[in-house]
Design a protein around this ligand. Structure first.
Ligand code: UD1
Length: 366
């Protein structure tokens, strides 16, 4: 039994790690890890493999950056011969990045079953490239592993056969549960007592210079009230350099390089508030019960707002400032943790694959 995992971009790594670990419990399974090379900077990729305890990828397709068409096409072209050579029994893809869609498309055409981890999430906003990736990957997958009931509801509405859909919980939270003690132990003593943590990389926030300027104005204002730590994604770094704005020199605004997983998780667990446009950070703050303001018009993870500590605040910086003032004045949203976000989603996935793909094999993912 041969299983290929395909990862490519930063948020894929913490999702694949628990599934790889759970499948190690099945002696007849040979696992192959393929990195597309979508993310290639050491601080966007290598450091995560080390901290998550993941094996080195068996192969790196080294596709690098490009337009969506170029990047997706390069992955398709380079991944197809690998699938033909390795003849996997199932291929696991993660999340909603271009690597996810490209690998799923190759496998569907070669009649290799695809398992999509984090299926069913929908922002209902097709201007987001990730929404296109989610919709198509879910149509092509044989196994659809969802993190929450809304994922099941979306897939049923899109006509996916119910027997393909498995509500397993959140694999990203598996990694958080496992590594939170280490992350908390590694929090530097020099950390400010009160601080806001910021991440931004969505094209809708950073590619338009007027929008980015308004966000940086808001961050400079915020940094007068509380220290602001802003680890900057390479895409955002480039846009900020193009903007040549003074706001990033505000004394309380700490603009730093992207951080490793443990360090970033430690910061999240101590932050007064997190401002983000990431998907995964909405989930992590929900689990940690830390107030999160999402600078987007929609979220594909509504459960983080209905149950969790997330507020989808939009991109009107006046409203963002009002919401920040509320949080900093102590009016925090008390969130809960969604069902099955318990650290065992990877094991559920391994057991479902075992029951369906290799039932004769003994062993346990528990
Ligand atoms: C990708 C995902 C996004 C995810 C994000 C997490 C898609 C469509 N988007 O967005 O869903 O939330 O990863 O980080 O797949 N760059 C570097 N070094 C790197 C990687 C990127 O300098 O290691 C720069 C390049 O200029 C590149 C740009 O960042 O063109 C964007 O990278 P890309 O992988 O296309 O998209 P992300 O914005 O990272």
């Amino acid at each position: 039994m041969r299983i290929i995992h395909v990862v490519g971009a930063r948020p894929n790594f913490m999702k694949a790690a628990p599934v790889l670990r759970a499948l190690q419990g099945f002696s007849a399974v040979r696992q192959v890890l393929i990195h597309t090379g979508q993310h290639y900077d050491a601080n966007m990729s290598d450091v995560f493999f080390a901290e998550l305890g993941m094996p080195e990828p068996d192969l790196n397709l080294q596709v690098g950056s490009g337009s969506h068409a170029q990047q997706t096409a390069a992955i398709i072209t380079r991944f197809e011969p690998t699938v033909l050579e390795m003849q996997p029994d199932v291929v696991l893809v993660y999340g909603d990045v271009n690597s996810t869609l490209a690998a799923a498309l190759v496998c569907a055409k070669l009649l290799v079953p695809v398992a999509h981890v984090e299926a069913g999430l929908r922002s209902f906003d097709r201007t987001m490239p990730e929404e296109i990736n989610r919709l198509i990957t879910d149509q092509l997958a044989t196994f659809l592993f969802t993190p929450s009931q809304d994922g099941n509801d979306n897939l049923m509405r899109e006509g996916i056969a119910p027997e393909k859909i498995h509500l397993v919980g959140n694999v990203m939270i598996d990694t958080l549960v496992r590594l939170l003690p280490l992350a908390e132990a590694a929090v530097p003593a020099s950390l400010p007592g009160r601080f806001a943590l910021v991440t931004l990389h969505r094209p809708s926030n950073v590619d338009d210079s007027d929008t980015l300027q308004l966000i940086l104005d808001m961050l400079a204002w915020l940094s007068n009230q509380i220290e602001v730590i802003f680890p900057v994604h390479p895409r955002t770094r480039k846009r900020m350099e193009d903007l040549r704005t003074d706001q990033i020199n505000a004394p309380g605004l700490h603009v730093v390089d992207p951080l490793p997983y443990l360090e970033f998780l430690g910061l999240q667990s101590r932050a007064q508030v997190v401002l983000t446009d990431s998907g995964g950070i909405q989930e992590e703050t929900t689990f940690l019960g830390i107030p999160c303001l999402t600078l987007r018009d929609s979220t594909e993870r509504p459960i983080t707002a209905t149950i969790g500590s997330n507020v989808v605040v939009g991109r009107d910086m006046g409203l963002v400032r009002l919401e920040l003032e509320r949080v900093l004045n102590g009016s925090r949203k008390k969130g809960g943790i969604p069902p099955l976000w318990d650290g065992h989603a990877g094991e559920r996935i391994a057991n479902i694959l075992a029951a369906n793909c290799f039932p004769a094999v003994t062993g346990s993912g528990e």
